[in-house]
Ligand binder design. Structure first.
Ligand code: ARG
Length: 406
C-alpha cells in the first residue's frame, strides 16, 4: 500500500496519463488527479474515466473558466499581452492558475507532493515549478517525464505496455487548449519550412468565402459587447472564436525563444485573442497620449516576458498591472473589424475620450490648427541634429581643403 499522496495536474493527455502510472510504480505514491477547466473543449467525463482506469485514488475536477477570464485574460487584454509580438500567451496564462489550485488541493488533501507532466524542454515546467514554489515551498515537486528524460515515443511505448489508450490527435501532435487559444506542437510541425497541415487546427476554418464584419465595444479596456449585444467575457471570447475563426483568421506560426534557450517552431490558433488585442490596441491609440503609448509599449513587453517566462507571481508583474490599470480608465469606445479570407483589419473606431480631432488633422476648410506655430517648432525640434550636421560638414570641407593644399 502506498502511504503518501501526490496531487497531479491532470489534463487527460498522453503525458499526464503516463505520469499516473509512473508516480504509482516508481514513487509508490497514491495519486490524486486534478483537472482544471480553463475552457478547453474536452470531455471531462471521459478524462475522469481515464484517470480512474489508470488507477487514481481520487479525481477532482474544478471549473475555473470565470477566474481564468477575470484574473488572467482581462489583465492580458489590458496589457496587449503578446510574447515576441506574436503569441497571445494562452498556455502561459493558464499555468499559474492551475498551479495555484494544485497547491490548494495538496494542502486540503494533506499531500506533501505535487506533480505535473511537463517535459524538461519547455516553458511549462518553469511556470509550474515557480508558481508552486512561490505559493508553498514545502511541497515536493515531481515531474516524471522530465526526471526520466522521456521522449514522446518512449511515452507512447509505455502507454501501449500499460494499456493506456492514446487518442489519434495525441499520436500526431502535442496540444494545449483553453478559452484564450490553442497551441499545437510536434509531429510534422517540427519542420519549420513546412506549412502546418489543416488538420492541426480546430478553431480556424479554411475555404470560406465572404466577408465578415463585427463591432467590439470596450469599457475601461475590457471588451463588453459584440455588435451591441452585451455579454460576459467568457461568452464574448467564445463567440469571437467562432465568428473570427470561421473567416480563417487566428493562426500564428512563428519561431519562438523558449525560456530555457531552445528555439522552437510554434503554431497557435487564437482568433478571439488576436481580434481583441488588435482592436484594443487600436482604441488605445485613439485615447492615450503619444507619451503614454510609448511608455506602455515598454511595459507591455516586460509584462509579456514575465508571464511567458513563468514569473506571474513576481511583484514586478503586480507593479506593472497597477500602471496598466491606470491607463485603462479612458479606454472606452467601439472598434469595427472586417474579416476576409484569413485577414483581419480594423475599419473604424470611436471613443468619447478620443484625442483625435478632425479640426486638428483636417486638410480641408475648417481647421483650428495654426500652421504658423509649426515653423518655430520644427526649428527647435531639429536644433541639435542641424548643428551636428553642420559641424560634420565643416570637418569634411576642412579635410578636403587640406588634401587639396598638399
Ligand atoms: N509554446 C507555448 C508556451 O510556451 C505552448 C506550450 C504548450 N503547448 C503544447 N502543445 N503542449 O506557452
Amino acid at each position: 500500500m502506498a502511504e503518501q499522496r501526490v496531487v497531479l495536474a491532470y489534463s487527460g493527455g498522453l503525458d499526464t496519463t503516463v505520469c499516473i502510472r509512473y508516480l504509482q510504480t516508481m514513487h509508490n505514491l497514491d495519486v490524486i488527479t486534478l483537472t482544471v477547466d480553463c475552457g478547453q473543449d474536452d470531455d471531462f467525463y471521459e478524462i475522469e474515466k481515464r484517470a480512474r482506469s489508470a488507477g487514481c485514488l481520487k479525481h477532482i475536477f474544478v471549473d475555473l473558466k470565470k477566474e481564468f477570464a477575470s484574473d488572467f485574460i482581462i489583465p492580458s487584454i489590458k496589457a496587449n499581452g503578446l510574447y515576441q509580438n506574436k503569441y497571445p500567451l494562452g498556455t502561459a496564462l493558464a499555468r499559474p492558475l492551475i498551479a495555484s489550485k494544485l497547491v490548494e488541493v495538496a494542502q486540503e488533501e494533506d499531500a506533501p507532493n505535487v506533480a505535473h507532466g511537463c517535459t524538461g524542454k519547455g516553458n511549462d515546467q518553469v511556470r509550474f515549478d515557480l508558481a508552486i514554489r512561490a505559493m508553498d515551498p514545502r511541497l515536493k515537486i515531481i515531474a516524471p517525464i522530465r526526471d526520466m528524460n522521456l521522449t514522446r515515443d518512449q511515452e507512447m511505448t509505455f502507454a501501449k505496455e500499460q494499456n493506456i489508450p492514446v487518442s489519434d490527435e495525441a499520436k500526431k501532435y502535442s496540444v494545449d487548449e483553453n478559452i484564450w487559444g490553442r497551441s499545437i506542437e510536434g509531429g510534422e510541425l517540427e519542420n519549420p519550412f513546412l506549412e502546418p497541415p489543416e488538420d492541426a487546427f480546430r478553431f480556424v476554418s479554411f475555404h470560406k468565402d465572404g466577408i465578415g464584419e463585427i463591432e467590439i465595444e470596450f469599457r475601461k479596456g475590457v471588451p463588453v459587447s459584440i455588435d451591441g449585444n452585451r455579454t460576459n467575457i467568457n461568452d464574448l471570447i467564445a463567440r469571437l472564436t467562432r465568428i473570427v475563426g470561421s473567416f480563417g483568421v487566428g493562426i500564428i506560426d512563428h519561431i519562438e525563444d523558449r525560456v530555457i534557450g531552445i528555439k522552437s517552431r510554434e503554431v497557435y490558433e487564437a482568433p478571439a485573442a488576436l481580434a481583441i488585442i488588435e482592436s484594443h490596441r487600436d482604441l488605445e491609440k485613439m485615447v492615450l497620449t503619444n507619451h503614454e503609448l510609448r511608455f506602455k509599449a515598454i511595459v507591455e513587453e516586460s509584462w509579456s516576458w514575465l508571464v511567458y517566462s513563468g514569473l506571474w507571481y513576481d511583484p514586478l508583474r503586480v507593479d506593472l498591472d497597477k500602471f496598466i490599470e491606470e491607463t485603462q480608465e479612458r479606454v472606452n469606445g467601439k472598434v469595427k473589424l472586417k474579416m476576409h479570407n484569413g485577414c483581419l483589419r480594423v475599419t473604424g473606431r470611436e471613443s468619447e475620450y478620443s484625442l483625435y480631432k478632425s479640426n486638428m488633422s483636417t486638410y480641408g476648410g475648417s481647421s483650428a490648427f495654426d500652421q504658423g506655430l509649426a515653423k518655430g517648432f520644427v526649428e527647435l525640434w531639429g536644433l541639435q541634429t542641424i548643428m551636428a550636421n553642420a559641424i560634420a560638414n565643416k570637418e569634411v570641407s576642412h579635410k578636403q581643403k587640406e588634401e587639396g593644399d598638399s
